[in-house]
Design a protein around this ligand. Structure first.
Ligand SMILES: Cc1ncc(COP(=O)(O)O)c(C=O)c1O
Length: 373
């Protein structure tokens, strides 16, 4: 295969449906169909029940594109292309990059955000996360030094997977300025947007701020609807949009009709859905802070202001991979170690969005006690 195996997907393929207790998921407590339909207006409910199961419009359902555009400022529905979120990454990196292009990408990151560029023969410079006293950060001077006159694309992801880092508004503006000054395509993965604990901290979408930006969003994380497989690409650059749409004819062609109507119901109630997520995440942060603080400095974590995940360091003379392996074998608890996310350090990812986290941590406690006390 042209692409290296997608390690995180391979990991979840192996464990997600066999080990019952995950502590590393990045999505948030998914709604049931009943729960989502309870939000539907009578008109939407009828639209769903009477839906014709034919092919759908290639760019997405017009009402859905309008609802997605309405989440943004100054964006026209015509600038929205409906995609499966992961497909949005595939389309962008395949349609717009070629062998020899220079790309700057955040690291660590969701593997496809750079692997697809690597497989095409692009040269990649990584903009690395840094651990500071205040938590995880990305240094803007470092970004400036990575950008070159021939850089074709800058790939960012705020709130960040896996650290949960949310750039400040000033830092984000500087990213935009650097992209503009270097005339690069800015690919901004914003799939964790709308999970900010304080909505005032929500960053603008890159597509609102920069004409050569492509924003990727979707319902998989803080909207609690990953199974709908609904996301979007937005760009104000008609040339880029054309390339993306053309390539989509070789992937999904068009979206799933039932998912489109369910996504509309979700977006018509997005404030309720995202508030539900933020409440779950905040409760899990309080609980995790107490839980990991209980073991005399064995763990280090910084808890985010947005996003659904963070990194926890195991501060022991024992590889986190062994700990993760014991957790799944002894208690059926899935713990995603740094090695699967392709970065170094004794860290694992902690998912903060699931209601089952308290129970999974209870089970993990015996693995910790057996090994480290
Ligand atoms: C940063 C990031 N982008 C994109 C995606 C893809 O979303 P989906 O799996 O819903 O296609 C994910 C999923 O984990 C992600 O973490």
């Amino acid at each position: 295969m042209k692409y290296a195996p997608f390690e995180i997907e391979r990991f979840f393929r192996q464990h997600e449906f066999s080990a019952p207790h995950g502590i590393s998921s990045s999505d948030c407590e998914p709604l049931t169909l009943d729960e989502l339909l309870a939000y539907a207006s009578p008109q939407r409910r009828q639209q769903f029940d009477k839906l014709w199961l034919g092919y759908t419009q290639a760019q997405g359902h017009p009402e859905l594109r309008a609802a997605i555009a309405a989440l943004h400022t100054g964006i026209d529905p015509a600038q929205v292309i409906q995609v499966v979120p992961e497909e949005g990454i595939f389309l962008t990196l395949n349609a717009l990059l070629a062998a020899g292009d220079h790309v700057v990408a955040v690291a660590p990151s969701f593997q496809s955000l750079w692997e697809i560029a690597r497989a095409q023969g692009c040269e990649i410079s990584f903009w690395q996360q840094r651990r500071t006293a205040a938590g995880w950060r990305f240094d803007l001077d470092e970004l400036e030094s990575l950008l070159r006159p021939d850089t074709k694309m800058l790939i960012i992801n705020f709130p960040h997977n896996p650290s949960g880092c949310l750039a400040s508004a000033a830092d984000f503006e500087r990213v935009i300025e650097l992209a503009r000054a270097n005339d690069v395509i800015l690919f901004s993965d914003e799939i964790y947007r709308f999970s900010e604990h304080d909505p005032a901290r929500r960053l603008p979408s890159a597509c609102e701020r920069y004409e050569r930006a492509i924003a990727l969003g979707g319902l998989s994380k803080c909207f609690g609807l990953p199974g709908l497989r609904v996301g979007w690409l937005i760009t104000r650059d008609a040339g880029l949009a054309h390339e993306l749409q053309e390539l989509k004819s070789y992937t999904t062609i068009c979206g799933s009709g039932p998912s489109e109507i369910l996504a509309l119901i979700g977006l018509e109630n997005w404030r309720a859905l995202t508030s539900r997520t933020v409440e779950i995440v905040k409760a899990n942060i309080a609980l995790s802070r107490e839980f990991f603080g209980r073991f005399d400095g064995l763990f280090w974590a910084s808890f985010p202001q947005a996003g659904t995940i963070t990194l926890v360091e195991l501060r022991a003379d024992a590889p986190v991979d062994d700990f993760a392996e014991a957790a799944v074998r002894e208690q059926g608890v899935t713990v995603l170690p740094a090695s699967v996310m392709l970065f170094e350090g004794n860290y694992f990812r902690l998912g903060l969005g699931r209601r089952s986290l308290p129970h999974a941590l209870e089970l993990l406690e015996s693995v910790i006690v057996d090994r480290f006390s």
